[in-house]
Design a binder for this molecule. Structure first.
Ligand SMILES: *Cc1c(COP(=O)(O)O)cnc(C)c1O
Length: 392
């Protein structure tokens, strides 16, 4: 029924299941369990629950199910499993796939917790991991072999905004029968076409653009129905990383406006990048959606737009701190994709724990700041950034 809806319609109406009261806004089913009419009905549901039959909130819940259906429509995935956080999605997707003896190839430039899961946790259970430069296809080709079970990468890396070629890496991985698992946060579900480009599993931290208003942690794993229900669901429902119904309601309402928000934020990110071209205080403005980015063509092919985050190299930590402290509208924090513009200094916060040489090899220099553009007025934001640069 929903298949001929365009995206904006699906984001408002997709997945809606109304109760007998006919409520307009989706109901929050804050219930841990469900009542069965008879003992036989309980037995039958435990043997096999139908698509709209629920047992226990850790297994599924009507509000969570509405969110899963709506985000699956946006992503163009067959199915989705909602998780308690982005990291529950990353660790759940990888752990549900992998077993002792398996081999994973991953891009080196990763969110800190993703790096920890791969290098410190999975290796304890006998999984070997090879890290490569995600933008270097030769390194992927060399590392992926018949023993490789999965590849993992951020499609746009945090915070340096390097873009990994999904189609090319998927081709190499699929040649050896390896699954392609992508963390797609920076690409956003609005601009993602990752599944049609070869990703088997797409992961989001819903904390970022899906909520988009800084209220709740959440995550989601998307992929083929057999994979989600046969591999991910058993792992998640027995290990406990499921999304709460209240969070699912927040994320469901977030999806109604995500297309409008992310497109407005992306237009501002491009406008800020353009305003900064040639600015004497800016060593480098990095934005995948601007023609100055080394992977601009790949970005346009893969995502059609550059997303909501711009990275600036301001020279050194002193310059970066002066810039952060002078901003009046943009908040110093560490979320991204929020309606409120947020600035982060990765070297001293999100990537502080990395050894200095590793930070340097990832391009996280002392002068690098990450600027996540919100939905405030574009001219106000450009003026705020300009006056903060004057303070350097
Ligand atoms: C934030 C983030 C995560 C983790 O998500 P949480 O919701 O904070 O658990 C994973 N990957 C990327 C790229 C992120 O930005």
């Amino acid at each position: 029924m929903t298949h001929d809806w365009n995206t904006r319609t699906a984001l408002v109406h997709g997945g809606t299941a109304r109760s007998q009261w006919g409520e307009v806004s989706e109901a929050i089913f804050l219930t841990q369990g469900f009542v069965y009419d008879t003992a036989e009905a309980a037995q039958a549901r435990f043997i096999e629950a139908g698509p709209d039959e629920f047992i226990y909130a850790r297994y599924g819940n009507p509000t969570v199910s509405m969110f899963e259906k709506r985000i699956a429509l946006l992503e163009g995935a067959e199915d989705a499993f909602a998780t308690a956080s982005g990291m529950a999605a990353v660790s759940g997707a990888l752990t549900s796939i992998l077993k002792a003896g398996d081999h994973v190839v991953a891009a080196r430039a990763l969110f800190g917790s993703c790096l920890y899961v791969l290098s410190d946790i999975l290796t304890r259970f006998g999984v070997t991991v090879t890290f490569v430069d995600g933008t270097d296809l030769d390194q992927w080709q060399e590392a992926i072999g018949p023993q490789t079970t999965a590849v993992f990468f951020e499609t746009v890396a945090n915070p340096t905004l390097e873009v990994v070629d999904i189609e090319a890496v998927a081709k190499l991985a699929h040649h050896h029968g390896a699954l392609v698992v992508v963390d797609n946060v920076f690409a956003t579900p609005v601009f993602s076409r990752a599944i049609s480009q070869g990703a088997d599993v797409v992961i989001y931290s819903a904390t970022k653009h899906i909520d988009g208003q800084g209220r709740a942690l959440g995550g989601v794993i998307l992929g083929a129905r057999d994979f989600i229900r046969g591999t991910v669901e058993p792992y998640m429902k027995h290990t406990g990383g499921s999304m709460s119904p209240f969070t699912a309601w927040i994320m469901l309402k977030g999806l109604e406006t995500i297309d409008l928000r992310v497109r407005a934020q992306t237009a501002t990110a491009l406008a800020v990048t353009e305003a900064l071209q040639g600015h004497p205080k800016v060593v480098r403005a990095i934005y995948p959606g601007h023609s100055s980015h080394p992977q601009y063509d790949l970005t346009m092919h893969q995502m059609t737009k550059g997303g909501t985050v711009v990275a600036l190299d301001l020279g050194g930590q002193e310059e970066a701190f002066r810039f952060l402290n002078a901003l009046k509208i943009v908040l110093i924090s560490n979320n991204l994709g929020d309606t409120k513009s947020i600035v982060t200094h990765p070297a001293t916060t999100t990537h502080q724990r990395l050894p200095a040489d590793q930070r340097a090899s990832l391009g996280i220099t002392p002068g690098l700041v990450r600027l996540s553009l919100g939905i405030e007025d574009t001219d106000d934001l450009i003026a705020d950034v300009m006056q903060a640069l004057d303070a350097i």
